[in-house]
Unconditional design. Structure first.
Length: 320
């Protein structure tokens, strides 16, 4: 690009949005974690490029972005991510002098409403999901592929973030030690390698997956993704939760359910935070929803204390 072009704020003749997105992704790849890059690439591939990729960036208007956003309304989270990704790429273009500043067509696009549910999956619901996934793993009649069934079971058993589990490599797995050592995770920059202790059930589950021989590299491989591992399990999850009778339960609610079940079993908040990989217990507290049975037991302790004190007072007064 010439200096005149940079000063004028205009893109080189014929530069398409697809070309801009490619440049931006290449730039981001030098500073973003692989899991974050997968999200950006997915938004570009499924939302931005199909609708606007062929257009010269100078021709893209707010009306075009609104139309793209509307066409993807049935998958609101994906549509919103497309707008956010487009806005970041456009800001990159402004910083490089490829477009005039101050006319980002992706700015101030009202996001589609998404589910605000923060309800953790219950033990009963988790059991139903497990049954459906086991049928899938065993190649019985099931709503998803075996690799997705195995993936959802590992989420139930470990509380891993969905991206951490999807990008899990066999080199991260120590079956003899019963642990995972994650190098790519949300807090990798501040905390380094994340160690996840595995239950005996999780170890057995991973041994079974390894015996299937799906991949020597990825625990959950995919032939359809550019990364080589599963990237977007949401459609499979929608079918699984419907088959399990858990309509409305989000994939992230498995992680919340894992935290709540640990809390109901009496484990302290710091242990739960460590297992989830939270940097602060404040975040962990938001995940925990006390169970009805746990709340009932807590209430029973108050009633027992009152009865005990009443019995002592009656005995002191010589009452029966």
């Amino acid at each position: 690009m010439s200096n005149d072009t940079a000063r004028s704020g205009r893109a080189p003749r014929g530069m398409s949005l697809y070309k801009l997105l490619s440049m931006w992704l290449e730039d981001r790849s030098t500073c973003c974690a692989r899991r974050t890059m997968i999200q950006y690439e997915f938004a570009c591939r499924t939302v931005l490029v199909p609708s606007l990729g062929h257009m010269p960036i100078g021709a893209v208007t707010r009306a075009h972005v609104l139309a793209m956003h509307g066409r993807n309304a049935e998958t609101p989270a994906k549509a919103n991510q497309g707008v956010v990704t487009g806005r970041m790429a456009w800001t990159f273009a402004e910083d490089r002098g490829l477009v005039a500043p101050g006319r980002n067509p992706f700015h101030r696009i009202k996001p589609h409403p998404t589910s605000k549910s923060r309800n953790p999956i219950s033990p009963t619901q988790a059991a139903e999901v497990w049954i459906v996934c086991e049928n899938a793993i065993q190649a019985l009649e099931a709503p998803c592929a075996p690799v997705h069934g195995a993936y959802f079971v590992l989420l139930l058993l470990t509380g891993l973030r969905r991206g951490e589990a999807a990008a899990l490599r066999w080199s991260n797995v120590e079956l003899e030690l019963g642990a995972l050592y994650l190098t790519e995770h949300k807090t990798a920059r501040s905390s380094g390698v994340k160690m996840v202790a595995l239950s005996s059930a999780a170890v057995d589950h991973l041994r079974r997956i390894k015996d299937f021989g799906w991949s020597d590299v990825w625990v959950f491989p995919s032939l359809r993704s550019s990364s080589g591992h599963i990237e977007d399990p949401h459609r499979a999850w929608e079918r699984v939760r419907e088959a399990a009778g858990c309509v409305g339960v989000r994939l992230h609610d498995l992680r919340r359910g894992y935290a709540s079940m640990l809390h109901s079993a009496g484990h302290d908040i710091r242990t739960i935070a460590s297992l989830l990989g939270h940097a602060s217990i404040v975040t962990t507290e938001k995940y925990i929803r006390p169970s009805l049975e746990g709340s009932r037991r807590a209430s029973d302790t108050v009633a027992a204390s009152i009865r005990q004190a009443g019995a002592a007072a009656s005995a002191a007064r010589g009452l029966p």
